[in-house]
Write a protein that binds this ligand. Structure first.
Ligand SMILES: [Ca+2]
Ligand SMILES: [Ca+2]
Length: 380
């Protein structure tokens, strides 16, 4: 914008100088014409000269090289979005990390708190709409039932969860994509059942289990699917939950007070507001976040400072963004028998276990990302 007027001004100056240089009072005129303007033009010129174009090209090259060194992480996010509130915060975090994640699609499944897959679809869609992403990235329904009932008399051309599972199978054929599963593992087990070559072309990062202790929501929703995945050879990372233990994602919690202070108004101002799942109209994820916390705790008398919830699923994305925010160890894949973990020290099949999360850095990054979202790119 600045270049044209400056060039015009520059040409005018030189034209005048040229004209007056023909006169006898050249020096005087040169002084009066060139005094201030020339200085400012020369100063300005340093930012609009060809050198700047070269610098711009150089900068673009650097960005390209940076992307080649640190390409965006391609992910499919497999979620049971309509339980309490962590899946929604994970979705918001993904959508706001456009420099880090390249989201190929969202798949949903149903778990105990809402056995209807439509509810999970709707809640994921609400968060998408808050970031103006509804319809812009694929959102597909996966399994409503569990792996055992779906895989008995399995018809690969017609089964519960087919839309989401087939999407995962097809997308991972096109490029190298990580599937982050933050609900039960039914969709992943079904993908392996339908096409065992799936194991060779992707990695699963799963938020679940209290390993080595029993129990945990995602695990308990379909233990058979988890054992099926553990017994396959698909690269598998287990981001531990560990209820009530400081070494799991359950330690990465936020208080209602903190949410009330930090979240209002944060995010993108949605073109089309949403009706929240508990009612009310919302234009930003920040406002919806406050509402989700409000509804999880209800009108209890406990103060907001002591009411806290872990953001489990968000942590699974955070450690993908920065792997120094958790510790890992490789272990022989254990197996769950009668709801108890059984270690198999001689098992050649190894999995990666995530534990001891850096709560402070993860939550700082979460709030920073919510305050300065970089929206993910879409094909539409
Ligand atoms: Ca959840
Ligand atoms: Ca979840």
């Amino acid at each position: 914008m600045k270049t044209i007027p400056l060039k015009v001004a520059q040409m005018a100056v030189f034209f005048i100088v040229f004209l007056f240089s023909c006169s006898k009072d050249t020096n005087l005129l040169l002084d009066s014409v060139l005094n201030e303007p020339v200085v400012s033009i020369e100063d300005e010129n340093t930012t609009t000269s060809p050198k700047t174009e070269q610098e711009e090209v150089k900068q673009q090259e650097e960005v390209k090289q940076q992307e080649e060194r640190n390409p965006k992480i391609k992910v499919i996010f497999d979620t049971d979005a309509n339980n309490e509130l962590d899946d929604q915060h994970a979705l918001a975090y993904i959508f706001s990390n456009g420099n880090v994640f390249d989201v190929k699609g969202i798949t949903v499944n149903a778990t105990y708190s809402d056995r209807n897959v439509q509810g999970h679809y709707d809640e994921a869609e609400r968060v998408m709409q808050l970031y103006d992403l509804k319809g812009a990235i694929p959102l597909l329904k996966g399994a409503e039932g569990n792996f055992k009932e779906i895989s008995e008399n399995f018809d690969p051309t017609d089964y519960d969860g087919q839309e989401g599972v087939d999407f995962i199978l097809e997308e991972t054929k096109k490029e190298s994509i990580i599937v982050v599963a933050v609900g039960k593992l039914t969709n992943i087990a079904l993908a392996l059942k339908k096409d065992p070559t799936f194991a060779k072309r992707t990695k699963i990062v799963w938020l679940g289990s209290n390993y080595p202790r029993p129990g945990e929501y995602n695990q308990d929703n379909d233990t058979i699917s988890m054992n099926y995945v553990l017994n396959s050879d698909i690269p598998f990372e287990m981001v531990t939950v560990r209820y009530g233990n400081t070494s799991g994602t359950s330690a990465v919690s936020v208080t209602r007070k903190e949410i009330n202070e930090k979240m209002p108004g944060l995010g993108v101002k949605a073109i089309e507001p949403i009706i929240g799942r508990h009612g009310g109209t919302f234009k930003t994820f920040g406002d919806y976040s406050v509402n989700l916390f409000e509804n999880v705790f209800g009108n209890t008398n406990i103060s907001g400072a002591t009411q806290s919830r872990p953001l489990y699923d968000m942590v699974a994305m955070a450690i993908l963004k920065n792997n120094s925010w958790g510790e890992t160890k490789t272990i022989p894949a254990p197996i769950l028998i009668d709801n108890k973990w059984v270690d198999r020290p001689n098992n050649k099949r190894k999995i990666l276990l995530w534990e001891n999360f850096d709560k402070e850095h993860i939550l700082n990054d979460f709030y920073k990302t919510m305050e300065n979202p970089v929206l993910i790119s879409t094909s539409k």
